[in-house]
Ligand binder design. Structure first.
Ligand SMILES: Cc1cc2nc3c(=O)[nH]c(=O)nc-3n(C[C@H](O)[C@H](O)[C@H](O)COP(=O)(O)O)c2cc1C
Length: 202
């Protein structure tokens, strides 16, 4: 082998080594890119679907369920506060003239809400209330009349002495027709397991 041959072989050898090195680096980078994109997409999905757990509770039963749903889903817990609080006389369903009974009987009753609710911030809303005479309390009607629920996912839930949620939801749907309504669920007592299994949006 003369000197020229040795130099040419040497140069060729270096080029081949460099080629292999560059190829390895490039393929490593392209593999590394993929999971990064997926992770980013996942994060974006979470950002897109902000959850709010919005509830009215006169005696605390619905509040407890709402609290668990908020813990399970990571959604913000937001109470609907009536401008005028409900006293126990107001809630006496054995008295035809009690405030709650009169409101439920009146088609146009819309009890005022004291606090401002940032509905526009949420994409998915768990909406909770007690059943009063088979219906949602009229303050829930006020909520749906006051705010724009267009394209928001609404997942209703309630507590009651035994009545189902179904009739109440049919009424509420009429007040926010442009929302996407999901099946509702009635809870009789606070069961963390039951809530976790049901809270599909977590
Ligand atoms: C005015 C009034 C009407 C009610 N009507 C019903 C009813 O029709 N069916 C039922 O199962 N429970 C009825 N209840 C019981 C409540 O739905 C139940 O106690 C509920 O869990 C209370 O929730 P809260 O503690 O979040 O206010 C009524 C309660 C009140 C105060």
């Amino acid at each position: 082998m003369d000197k020229k041959m040795i130099i040419t072989t040497g140069i060729l050898f270096i080029i081949i080594i460099l080629g292999i090195f560059t190829y390895t680096l490039m393929s490593k980078n392209s593999f590394a890119d993929k999971p990064e994109e997926t992770e980013k997409d996942g994060e974006n999905d979470k950002i897109k679907r902000k959850i709010g757990v919005i509830y009215f509770s006169a005696t605390g039963t619905t509040k407890e369920i709402a609290d668990y749903i908020s813990q399970t889903t990571g959604g913000d817990l937001i109470e609907i506060v009536p401008e005028e609080n409900y006293t126990s006389a107001d809630l006496n369903y054995t008295d035809d003239d009690s405030r709650a009974n009169k409101e439920q009987k009146s088609v146009n009753a819309r009890p005022k809400i004291k606090n401002k609710l940032q509905i526009e911030e949420y994409d998915t809303i768990y909406l909770g209330y007690p059943i009063w005479w088979g219906m949602a309390p009229k303050i829930i009607y006020t909520l749906l009349d006051t705010y724009d629920f267009k394209d928001k996912e609404i997942i209703p839930f309630c507590t009651s002495g035994g009545s189902s949620i179904d009739v109440s939801v049919e009424d509420l749907k009429e007040l926010a027709k442009n929302a996407v309504w999901h099946d509702g669920k009635r809870f009789s007592k606070t069961s963390k397991d039951e809530i976790e299994n049901w809270a599909i949006w977590k």
